[in-house]
Design a protein around this ligand. Sequence first.
Ligand SMILES: [Fe+2]
Length: 461
Amino acid sequence: VNPQIESAPASCPLAQRFEQVRAQSLRLAEPLSAEDCQAQSMPDASPVKWHLAHVTWFFETFVLEVFEPQFKPHNPAFRVLFNSYYNAVGNKHPRAQRGLLTRPSLVEVLDWRQAVDARVLHLLATPPSQANVSQKMSQIADLIELGLQHEQQHQELLLTDVKHLLFCNGLRPVYRKSWPLAQVAPVALRWLEFAGGVVQIGQDLADHTSPGKRFAFDNETPRHLQHLRPYALANRLVTHGEWLEFMQDGAYSDARWWLSAGWDWVNTHHVDAPLYWTQHTAGDASADWHSFSLHGEAPIDPHTPITHISYFEADAFARWKAATDPLCRGARLPTEFEWEAAAAPQEAALRSAGNFIESNALHPMPVARTPRDAADGQTSPLLQALGDVWEWTSSSYQAYPGFAPWAGAVGEYNGKFMVNQYVLRGGSCATPRDHIRASYRNFFPTDTRWQFSGLRLARSA
Ligand SMILES: [Fe+2]
């Protein structure tokens, strides 16, 4: 931060949070070289340098340009280069060619970050002189909070994009060396029953500046009623070991388990394992499978939650399990409403127990057997619902009844993507802990695998 510019007082919670979140993005880039930060491994993934620039663009475009007196852009060209998808802002650099942006350099992007940080903090410290000051400050605070939530989303993308990039290199470079996996006793799959009925889903319109209210994205609103039949959820996530059993039983070569579009996808792309799995010696499906993580390549651990699977794979697994395991008759994916109704009452405990980016595992972790599990099989809590992996649901991503996108250009944030995608719930090992909540809706197309996506089984009671 430029010390010559007056900053918001350190006691301002939003200024503190701003500095913390901005610093976390830089920390995530620390293990990487400038070359690592430049490359783009596929159209879905962006270079780290682009992420660092784009989240800065968000503050410059949606906060400074609107509210800073005598605003001048740091560099007018950046408005186009680092616009992701906002048509209301104007032209965009093509998404698939972000890796070709060798200029500005990483150093120039970091300088831009520092300059924008100083200007945002200055804006927070100096209320505008015009009329409606308190209304303006509230708008500024709302947009800064949105910018921080946006940056936290990009922190997760930064890690998943880096993972894909490093996997594309035959050297299998390691992002972080330590391997935190501990040996634990597996937790048996149990069914947790829920009565259903009429349940409240979602959040009231976001108004995080009022005391006691928290941030929510517009796609989580408005809070509304849903009717659920009685249902059950598995107490824990599906594991790598269970996935190996699925593969040993012919998973990827048995059309019975697959949706038609999923079967086409398997055959067109010759899919025979989750993303990042490699088999070191030819043989049967159980032999010598390794998977790549941000800690490098290692043999499959059977107790860690399965991850990097598509919607098609998650759905196929549930069908296979329903048909082959007497304990799992009727197994299917949960709806997003079943998931939320089960997780919301336990949100605080789930968040404090969850494996998030702060734990530095950067990989889903096995659940340890808890005393409660050992003592009472019937009351075992919902495990791993927040953190570890995003859980595919069978709900297609669409607007809640009464949904209205935010006003202005930020109205393009979520609403325009409500087609051809499915909802995932719960956050992952790459999600910041204070970013996730039970009502949070992530969404991806059915063949997406590079996020930390996994599944939990459900069934009707
Ligand atoms: Fe973005």
